[in-house]
Design a binder for this molecule. Sequence first.
Ligand code: SF4
Length: 373
Amino acid sequence: MSALIQLRASAMPLALRCGGSAVPSKIRLNTSCAPADAGSAAHYVLKTLPASGRVDWSLVDVAAQLYQIDPKEISVLVALGARMWPELAPSFPNAIAEQRLVSLIYTERGSWELSGSPDFVTIGETIARGGDWKCGRKDTDYSQQMMGYNALLLLNNPGLLESHMSLIWIRTGEVETYSMTRAQLEQWLTRVESTVINWDGVLRPSDDYCHHCPRSHECDASNALARRNVAAIVDCSLDSPEASLDTMSAEEKIGFYKKAKAVDIFLKGFLAALKTEALERGPIATDECSLEISEELQRDIDTKNAWPVLQSMLTDDEMVKVVDVRVSRAEKIISAKAGRGNGAKSVREFKQKLEDAGAVSYDTIEKMVLRRK
Ligand code: SF4
């Protein structure tokens, strides 16, 4: 008897582009030690917002520890999400956070399972609405993940006529909504069955998504693509990248960017795997050299003990150059001191006082991002 095919809604963007990505890996990698980004940490804090209507700022430090991310970075993203919520909230009354949805779908050829946990959903008599926080920069096409959630909501709630799932892009304040009616549910399930469940065996590699695939380490097509990318980059005039760019069209430059990113991701993953091996199994050695973990002492200063010393030796103007204010921690303390029900008001007052005192300034950081149109 063949094993039940299990698909997660979050895997649908990839599975519908390359059905091979849904085939279980022969070798499953433990990627739990891979560095998480600030987005995952912000997501962790924001998950309680739709159901409670307020941000639990104490979760920032928990997320910082869990994901090993600077709490300042997390707070900025959480604040952006919280700023969007008052406008979104009326569309999501009585929202339920992270409800796990599962459905067994029967077909002529057997059955398969679809599952997923949208960040929050509101289920009405005939219409369901839900949302998923995204902390990236509208770089990835998540439409099929939203359609997967829509399908699950319709399959699990026979009274619903339609479902609407929104991607909430907190960095840019954009909302992207994907909808599904019962008639569209049938079309979508048929598409999944023909592309993924009855996959034709053809691998469809691409620089756009292979690096997200759980099978990329064992996929010949992905490896061939990686080799082609490295060759294309080496072929470019490395002495003068500017001269090479001069002769390229916009399409070629974006294609080159995707190749370079794919190679970069591959190299970072490879170097991280080497580091894990050296950490867990000890030095990787030849007769000539050894790849090993080197430990360096980092100085850490206890602020409370250092404070009187700094005050005795520095002027106020000099003090501001050495002291870094952690606003998220100050907000947490102020919120806790204010007591239940008064935390948000006190934090707002604190922020306003900082603004009024001219203590807040904003820096513009320039980053190169690839955005969908
Ligand atoms: S690595 Fe790429 S080509 Fe290979 S199975 Fe995954 S998505 Fe398909």
